[in-house]
Design a protein around this ligand. Sequence first.
Ligand code: ZN
Length: 327
Amino acid sequence: MGNLLAFGPIVKLRGIHHITAIASDPQRNVDFYTQILGLRLAKRTVNFDDPSTYHLYFGDRTGRPGTAITFFAWPGARRGTRGTGQVISASFAIPASSVEYWKARFAEHRVFCEEIPSRFNAPGLRFTDADGLLLELIESTQLDDVDLEYESDMPQKFAIHGFHAPTLEVQQTGPTEELLKTLGFELVGEEKSRRRLSVNSKSTSAQVDLVERAEGQFGVNSAGTVHHIAFRCANDKEQSRWRKELVDLGLHVTPVIDRFYFHSIYFREPGGILFEIATEGPGFTVDEPVKQLGESLKLPPQYEQHRPEIERTLPPILIEAKMKTAG
Ligand code: ZN
């Protein structure tokens, strides 16, 4: 059978897979993202490159790609600095007319927030997590389809619906924009120094905002900063085509790394931001049932034999018991 696809134009990336940032105290991290932001702890595992530390994933019920913000939790880590060559804000989509609800919720939890001057005509809020990571909630009339059927006190009509065009800051947008276009992104909007690029204008998690700061200082990666942004592709075959394409462009791309819940390649884009391309699957339900996601420590097969030492090293994490389902 002829395989036209194999020779045709390369498929576009599908949007954001996850964003990974650095936290210090794991308990504080879990409390903030589950109790205040109302996300689900969808996976509790270790950093595969350093199994003595946690890797925590938050998202919708199954932590599906496009909803997952993840953290390397390094107890005692000093604060990093936000700057160019980084994703400087991880932004989430919230339903239209929910800013007022969120303002009240933040006030109740004593989280300082401020309104963002309207961005592409959408209101939003900006605030930081316990480690100083800059986060935003942006109202959107078009929301990604997410699964909110998990225990939380967050009313579903105000809940976070995955990412919303996170901000990538670079000294020069040209080369980064060119690379994003190679990956299938198109320029869909411009507002001052902000350029919005999209692989799917119907999905808020399929967009990124590129901001140029020619005089910007490079950020320092530690607690409170984003480590990398991952985009998603359908499967291993697409991933290996992307890898070849990127290597042909002269980029240094890692081999495919098995992250157990997905397969990944990593490279630094010309503006200095660490990019990852991850496969959609197999996903977080590969080693535990949906109902129990995040409840216990899951280890990839290569570390299972070291479970006793690993568990002794990791600080315990308690999941707040007083959550209730709200209507
Ligand atoms: Zn990643």
